[in-house]
Design a protein around this ligand. Sequence first.
Ligand code: SF4
Ligand code: SF4
Length: 496
Amino acid sequence: MSDSGIFLVILSVVNLAIVLGIGLFVYESVREQEPRAPKVGGALFGFHIVLGLLILFWPGARLPIAWFLGIVLAIQGLFLIPWTRGARSLNGAAGYLATDGSDFVKMDERDIMFARNRSILPGTPQYEQYYKIHPEHKDYDERRRARGGPLGKPGVIDSCYRPNVAMLVSSFELPNLLGKASRVDPGASAARSTYGTKEANKAQLDPDKATKIVKAWAKHLGADLVGICRTDRRWAYSHRGEIHYGEWEEWGKEIPDPLPYSVVIATEMTHDMVMTAPHTPSVIESGYNYAKGAYITTILAHWFGAMGYRAVAEHNRHYDLLMVPLAIDAGLGELGRQGYLIADKFGPRVRVFAVQTDMPLVPDKPIDLGAEKFCESCKKCAESCPSKSIPLERQRKVDRGIERWKLNEETCFEYWGKVGTDCCVCMAVCPFSRPYRTIHKLVRYILRRSELARIVFPYIDNFLYGKRWRPRKEPQWLEYPRGTKSENFHGSEGLS
Ligand code: SF4
Ligand code: SF4
């Protein structure tokens, strides 16, 4: 073959590879119901088809096109150069503490919005005690109570469509049923079981072997990510504030020191459900994942018990610990601008749970996904937040001794109360939430290795996908009547 023939083939093959890559991008974008990306992808696709025709039929255009493609590929190649500055997450959650960490103040569970709403009831001694110390919360909390539970009128954005609201209610029933069984004493469940050994002695397992078993068992039970960390007592609540089962003598008591190890798990929330945010399918998915987390952590905690160790299941009917710092320590992800965990593979589209135990295990190392740097320029969640609760500034601020972007929880929960769901818009709009496959997998791979990609990709993402949130169509089986007040549902008991 002549030199010009070889040149023609190479040029055509390179352009064809680009066309196929763009074709895949368009296909994935249509599948994900992206409103803008297929149009942008389609235009790029058409442009490269024209280039392909010019390469084939206009020899004079080949050299300039070769230069153009060469420059494009060289720029893309820059993103493959492995170089990162190393994120704060590599030091675990302690990496987010301001200065030397001496200003850090532990979180008091009594101050959590849910605990204030559910466990501080007018006319009780707790009510008097709490608002004497925190009069600044009183008016806001009174307004919320007047509106009903944490979600106000559940599902009101979708006319309280009864099948959907009932899915949410039924999902939360599982953590309600399991919460009482969160604390596990050695041998307790084995003693109750026909199959257990009656002794509470500790099974002797090499920590490596125990870690392998625990991780595989958690995955088998349904966890999508599992990590292990030493439990840092700074991430435990200071005082008990949530009372789910009438144990009022516990309210305001100091939370006991945690057990030395934590198995942290994350469950993936289904992409199609989350993308309907702030409509009911997204909150159904939250409820379902809370049920899944309660199920997995309860079995895991009782497994430790049957092995002769202590354990505490951490799910939404029993928290001694804050899940996000624990997950960062266990190598599951980083802290994002909207305050959620940006998890490996799934971004913020996860729910996080844990089991504390005294069985010796091998901790994982924290990871650097490039999320924090990406967040500095991205701001998509802040721009799309319907209540403007997420800071837009590039710089983080210090709050409780932690340097971060601090969500305005009061305005966020106000919005939950308006729509009757847990909103989820900031989760849905986040580029890290896209499905973990093909192009998105490649982007995450590059972000883990390239500082340059962390700086430039947010702008490319905005160009390809746009900035503003638009809810996607719900799966057919979750369709709700539009514009009518169908059967109202008043049972908000137990929703969170
Ligand atoms: S939407 Fe953007 S700014 Fe917000 S958490 Fe995700 S990556 Fe960060
Ligand atoms: S849940 Fe909704 S209202 Fe709250 S911060 Fe996220 S986007 Fe804003």
